[in-house]
Design a protein. Structure first.
Length: 567
């Protein structure tokens, strides 16, 4: 990244850290970021007149390169290896020779030795010490936390004005609770909207690309959540592969990066409400209280009406909850992010909480978006367990997710699904966590016709092209109502989809050119469903609906269908 690009970056996070230092909160400031561009920005800032160039020396430590002195020459960052003076004795000369082969002093690379050497500098002169790229800490080897606790409370060091900057991905994985209490922790934004616009524009000009305002705005939106390094790399890869900034290519590259985290996955929502048969009352409710509020956010703001932040879909398996969440993202034109709950938990202590924290931060940076949490009951309950490390990890993850749900400034719209709402912790169901709790029942008579019509390609467009029919479309729909609907009572949407698929297979097997009545009849007669078990499931679902659905008007609109399904 060039120096002009650096000048267009937001340095508020650095200023926040220095303000805390001047206010004597702590001389130890930890910046949570993995972005190498942010690290370069930090170094340039502290070496310029606008930053804190009054430090007598700026030292930087990297475990691979060792301890070095940092300076700025002709606009370029320069690091000169620091070499410790050794006694002019045979042992000292051997140590120096082993360090650089020229007898010029010993270079320090071991953490504990570096900390002891820098400790004296921090006390004797105004020194800035940058510790970079630390991901883990073995305290018995490094003494890092002991050093930080000592520096954070040392009156001499504080009076001298010395400062320690740490750069790492996660403070909780590096420092214990006690040490974190003594350190100022700054969460660094990957890239603000203004920064993304500046960098994309600058790279475009350097590559002599025309970027109309609408295209630039689209690219800025598509790259939300990327850090500076990722942003620059993706824009260049798009240019080198497509010879332009291709939005779809940029979205694809971003999706690949996000997927590497293992906890989030960006999906392209390609279903709409037209692709979902039935559920008219749910569609009307969602349009009225969710979609309309999001689309007319300015008027909602005048009424101090908060935007929906959480929606819970519950009901038996196969009733279309996941599909409806995907369609909702299409209807409100927001990205669809899948939280991979199965990948959150780890056998290693502390890693589950770190994964959850990273997933939340990344999702928020890419929001506003639909964050889909399938089988939200995986997060369990905050109580219970056996007090072991696994139980503590589960509680920690649960608390993190619960805190996110209740965050008033949350940008993500969380859509959770569950087949077992009874097993959700009461904290999930409390008013203020989920704005709406929407039940998904087995489709009624006319809804089953609509579902089959969707999978025949007669309505919608995302499922596939229409199936060749041996009769007129209206004639087929009338046949389905009269003959197939009675045979598919209490079928789920997934089972109706399978019924259509089996009909196609039967037609294909008899080498027919079109789909006909006989194919549906044969498929319906051979499709087995445990109806006694299904009726018990319906009774349980009806009880859950009356217990968890807290909008009486919405409940009334479902009542007739609910009673019909229970028969």
């Amino acid at each position: 990244m060039s120096v002009p690009e650096m000048k267009g970056l937001d340095d508020g996070w650095i200023g926040e850290g220095l303000l805390k230092r001047r206010s004597n909160y702590s001389p130890v400031i930890l910046f949570e970021t993995t972005d190498p561009k942010r690290l370069e920005q930090l170094k340039r800032y502290v070496l310029t007149d606008s930053g804190c160039a009054d430090y007598e020396s700026v030292m930087v430590f990297d475990q691979w390169r060792g301890l070095a002195q940092l300076s700025l020459r002709e606009g370029q960052l320069v690091t000169e290896p620091y070499r410790k003076n050794v006694p002019n004795t045979p042992l000292g000369r051997r140590m120096a020779s082993a360090g650089n082969g020229r007898g010029e002093g010993q270079q320090l690379a071991q953490v504990k030795a570096v900390l002891k050497e820098v400790d004296e500098m921090l006390r004797n002169q105004k020194t800035l010490f940058i510790i970079q790229n630390l991901a883990e800490n073995r305290e018995w080897e490094t003494g890092l936390q002991s050093a930080l606790r000592s520096w954070a409370t040392d009156a001499e060091l504080i009076t001298r004005g010395s400062t320690i900057f740490l750069q790492t991905s996660d403070a909780t994985s590096l420092l214990d609770d006690f040490t974190r209490e003594l350190v100022v922790i700054i969460d660094v934004d990957p890239a603000t909207e203004a920064e993304r616009r500046h960098i994309i524009g600058t790279i475009g000009r350097e590559l002599e690309l025309e970027l109309p305002r609408p295209r630039l705005a689209e690219l800025v939106l598509a790259t939300a959540g990327l850090n500076l390094h990722q942003l620059e790399s993706i824009m260049l890869e798009s240019y080198f592969s497509e010879h332009r900034f291709d939005v779809s290519r940029v979205k694809g590259l971003k999706s690949e990066l996000v997927k590497k985290s293992g906890t989030l996955e960006i999906r392209d929502p390609h279903y709409s409400f037209q692709d979902i048969g039935g559920y008219g009352s749910i569609k009307d409710f969602v349009r009225k209280y969710i979609i309309n509020v999001l689309e007319d956010s300015e008027r909602a703001a005048r009424f101090s009406l908060p935007l929906p932040k959480g929606i819970l879909f519950f009901g038996p398996p196969g009733t279309g909850k996941s599909l409806f969440a995907n369609a909702l993202a299409t209807e409100i034109q927001l990205p669809f992010i899948n939280l991979l709950t199965e990948n959150i938990y780890s056998k290693w202590f502390g890693e589950s909480g770190q994964r959850m924290k990273g997933a939340i931060q990344m999702a928020e940076k890419m929001s506003p978006a639909i964050v889909f949490v399938d089988e939200i009951d995986r997060f369990g309950k905050r109580s219970g367990g056996f007090g072991d490390s696994a139980g503590e990890e589960s509680k920690r993850v649960f608390s993190q997710f619960l805190e996110w749900l209740g965050e008033p400034d949350r940008q993500a719209i969380i859509v959770g699904t569950t087949n077992v709402p009874d097993q959700l912790d009461e904290a999930f169901l409390r008013t203020g966590r989920f704005d709406y709790k929407i039940p998904f029942l087995y489709p009624g008579d006319e809804a089953r016709v609509e579902v089959m019509a969707v999978h025949l390609g007669l309505v919608g467009g995302a499922v596939g092209r229409p199936v060749p029919l041996g009769v007129e479309e209206d004639e087929l729909l009338d046949f389905l109502r009269a003959e197939i609907v009675p045979k598919t009572r209490h079928f789920s949407c997934a089972e109706l989809e399978e019924l259509v698929l089996r009909s196609k297979r039967i037609a294909f097997d008899r080498r027919a050119e079109t789909l006909d009545f006989c194919d549906f009849t044969r498929a319906a007669e051979t499709f087995r469903v445990d109806r006694d078990q299904r009726k018990r499931t319906i009774q349980t679902t009806l009880h859950q609906v009356r217990r968890f659905t807290d909008d009486q008007q919405f409940l009334n609109s479902l009542e007739e269908e609910m009673i019909s399904d229970a028969d």
